[in-house]
Design a protein around this ligand. Structure first.
Ligand code: GAF
Length: 372
């Protein structure tokens, strides 16, 4: 840490083994933090309400006054302002501060640099000003910041993973009750490799929020006849099928995907706990099919990478990860084949799209913490 700063925080990005687009449907997810993170250096700005924030990666700075926090036209600033605004709804103890931010998380790659930014800032300010907010509150206020200042009506998975993760484990999170279980990632000799399409997606661009509305539309129609249904969590495939002729076909497909995905998470967890890694991989491939055909959040670059991986018996499973429309695929691959696989797939990807692929292995890591 730079010696002129009082506090250094590290806040990680996340992966998700399985359970995509289920979090805002009260479903199940299986994420964990990774060893790519954002570093924050904080210091108090005594006797002032002015806050100065600098992003090393964007080579940009901005300042704002705590007495006049409002959205900015620069999206990255809204992540900061949103968190400060949400903190101000909970406490009067925020004072001026200086903060420098530096990240090695690839932006727009589906590993949630946004949640890392929100959670790291909230966690850091909680420490700096001794606000005594619980980790769960930090998770929830960071999610609200994304809803209210960034405009993405995201679920809770990314913020939860960024704050709550434990080294060498994934989190089975019930997004309805927020009950969770840490599950060891014992997958030797396999490893987790991300392949970044380097095609950028922007969740706030509307498609993400549209999916959420489509799922809610399905729920509202089913609810009329089945009042106990509050979310897709309470809908079985049999019940959904009874509404096939009533629901708009797109809405039906979205709902079908979510219901099937929740079932897949449970099966995948079972497979992981019993070291049935081939079965785990099969479910991961099935998730990609669902995201591509029913949920329609994939894109040609992601589909290409997943299809290509199927020619390698050493790849147990691959799928697009995160919100979609670009970003990374997650791959479970035998450690002896990683190098060859990356070489082959990078060449093929470049030949097809004229875009360079970026590949990196990730380790399940701990959540947001103070760096000593
Ligand atoms: C994004 C969102 F932020 C998450 O809440 C989640 O919905 C994910 O997309 C899809 O599973 O990362």
């Amino acid at each position: 840490m730079n010696s002129t700063y009082d506090l250094c925080i590290e806040s990680p990005g996340r992966i998700n083994i399985i359970g995509e687009h289920t979090d805002y449907n009260n479903g199940f997810v299986l994420p964990t933090a990774i060893d790519k993170k954002i570093k924050f250096s904080f210091k108090k700005n005594e006797n002032s309400t002015i806050c100065n924030v600098r992003s090393v990666n964007f080579n940009a700075s901005f300042s704002f006054d705590l007495t006049k926090v409002e959205p900015s036209k620069h999206q990255w600033e809204n992540y900061i302002l949103g968190v400060v605004f949400e903190l101000q709804q909970l406490t009067n103890n925020l004072k001026g501060f200086d903060c420098v931010i530096e990240s090695d998380i690839p932006i727009g790659s589906g590993v949630s640099s946004s949640a890392a930014l929100e959670c790291g800032l909230a966690f850091g300010l909680n420490e700096l000003f001794k606000l005594k907010l619980s980790k769960q509150l930090i998770v929830e206020l960071s999610q609200r910041a994304e809803h209210n200042y960034v405009g993405t009506k995201c679920g809770i998975m990314d913020q939860f993973a960024s704050v709550m993760s434990k080294k060498d484990h994934v989190i089975l999170l019930d997004c309805k009750s927020l009950e969770f279980e840490y599950i060891p990632v014992s997958i030797k000799p396999y490893k987790i490799v991300l392949l970044n399409t380097n095609v950028s997606h922007n969740l706030a661009s509307g498609e993400y929020n549209k999916r959420r509305v489509q799922c809610e539309t399905g729920v509202k129609i089913i609810q009329k006849e089945h009042p106990h249904v509050a979310s897709l969590r309470e809908v079985t495939l049999d019940l959904l099928n009874k509404f096939e002729s009533t629901l708009d076909p797109t809405v039906f497909n979205r709902c079908k995907y979510v219901i099937e995905e929740n079932e897949r998470v449970k099966k995948a967890v079972n497979a992981l706990k019993n070291k049935q890694l081939t079965t785990l991989g099969k479910h991961i491939y099935e998730t990609h099919e669902g995201l591509k055909n029913l949920y329609e959040v994939s894109c040609p670059e992601l589909d290409f990478l997943v299809e290509f991986s199927k020619d390698y018996k050493e790849v147990l499973g691959a799928r697009m990860m995160g919100g979609g429309f670009g970003g990374c695929t997650i791959n479970i691959i035998h450690e002896h084949k990683i190098e060859q696989f990356i070489e082959d797939i990078s060449k093929a990807y470049f030949n097809n799209f004229n875009i360079k692929l970026t590949a990196f292995e990730v380790m399940p890591s701990k959540g947001t913490s103070i760096k000593n």
